[in-house]
Design a protein around this ligand. Structure first.
Ligand code: SF4
Ligand code: SF4
Length: 350
């Protein structure tokens, strides 16, 4: 195991449109004995990355401090936040994070539609303050849940020069909601986003656009991957687990929130009080086994299959493939290793 998504609370200060937690009652703390968590981590040989999530983890700063104090020799720490309360955290706490993942879905207009009035300005104000005080890497994490706004969102993120990395994810429920309308818009915007990224590389500005860099690095080793056994890039139940506030261990963070207030029983692989969990390498979907880009896509996600996602992945792969030589000459070599590490902090394929 390499990565634990650790739910430190189940409350939030926002009510984002796509959030599973919306209107659910929650608790601002972990409900199990922390010693169980410490024992589980001590039993691992390698250093683990703990990604604090929730709810909104910045609502529980004392708990974050306690966990970091106790586990700093065994773990790296990542904060997943909506960014609107970052100003309330002491700078020493912020500096303990390896990087901060900030949910920013697009420009001001798009963000306010999805997350509420004032969220974009508050988030950017906080990010500017942090960047003045310390040089912690920031990863902008976009969830695309409405048609339009993607291109302008990336433009805003690149122009701000505040983020080292950007990753975008297609909302996992879109498959059932508005596939065609969304896909039409995404297909038009993705080539323009790649052009914009290439232009910024030409101008000497490098922001790690993870889906592009991820596919570029997968294509570099394509000949080896074709013979590999099956894997999902995010490693659910294998290299990544999630632990909810009650101590239930899931193979994936979406297991925590997918159905009902206690998560999805089919994804449970243990309980923290057992001191272990069942390693659960998810099998490939049948349709993926016949797919010509399975060695690049990796099946995308254990939960959802919809042709829209596959079209989007093919479009991404084809675009990067057709620009491969250009990218090869433009991607800076001095930061490549670090940037490729960042690819592995995400699901790689949106
Ligand atoms: S593109 Fe679709 S069918 Fe192919 S591997 Fe990915 S999810 Fe499976
Ligand atoms: S892509 Fe799917 S399986 Fe992987 S972390 Fe995201 S929700 Fe879980």
């Amino acid at each position: 195991m390499k990565w634990i998504n650790l739910y430190v609370n189940s409350v939030c200060n926002l009510t984002c449109k796509y959030c599973y937690y919306q209107n659910k009652p929650g608790k601002p703390y972990i409900e199990y004995q922390l010693d169980y968590l410490f024992d589980l981590i001590m039993s691992e040989r390698e250093k683990i990355i703990i990604c604090f999530t929730g709810g909104e983890p910045t609502l529980s700063p004392k708990l974050l401090e306690t966990l970091i104090d106790r586990l700093q020799d065994r773990c790296f720490f990542v904060l997943q936040t909506n960014g609107t309360l970052l100003h309330t955290l002491p700078i020493e706490l912020i500096q303990s994070f390896h990087h901060i993942r900030i949910s920013i879905d697009g420009n001001r207009e798009y963000m306010e539609q999805v997350r509420g009035i004032g969220t974009f300005d508050k988030l950017m104000e906080n990010v500017i303050k942090i960047k003045h005080k310390c040089d912690i890497p920031l990863l902008a994490r976009m969830t695309l849940s409405q048609p339009g706004g993607f291109l302008d969102g990336i433009r805003t993120i690149i122009a701000s020069k505040l983020f080292a990395h950007v990753y975008w994810q297609l909302d996992n429920d879109l498959g059932g909601k508005l596939p065609e309308k969304f896909y039409d818009s995404y297909s038009l915007e993705l080539p323009a986003v790649l052009d914009m990224w290439i232009q910024s590389l030409n101008e000497g500005q490098f922001i790690n656009a993870i889906p592009f860099l991820g596919v570029y690095s997968l294509l570099k080793t394509e000949f080896i991957r074709k013979n590999e056994t099956w894997y999902y890039h995010c490693g659910p139940g294998r290299t990544m687990i999630a632990i909810d506030t009650k101590g239930i261990i899931y193979s994936c963070p979406e297991g925590v929130s997918r159905s009902g207030k206690d998560g999805n029983p089919s994804d449970v692989i243990g309980h923290i009080s057992d001191g272990k969990f069942v390693v659960s390498p998810h099998q490939a979907k049948k349709i993926c086994l016949k797919c010509s880009i399975r060695h690049l896509c990796g099946g995308r996600c254990i939960w959802t299959y919809h042709p829209m996602y596959c079209h989007s992945t093919r479009l991404l792969v084809n675009l990067v493939r057709s620009h491969f030589e250009k990218l090869d000459s433009l991607i800076p070599r001095n930061t490549l290793k670090e940037s490729l590490n960042a690819v592995n902090w995400t699901e790689v394929i949106p």
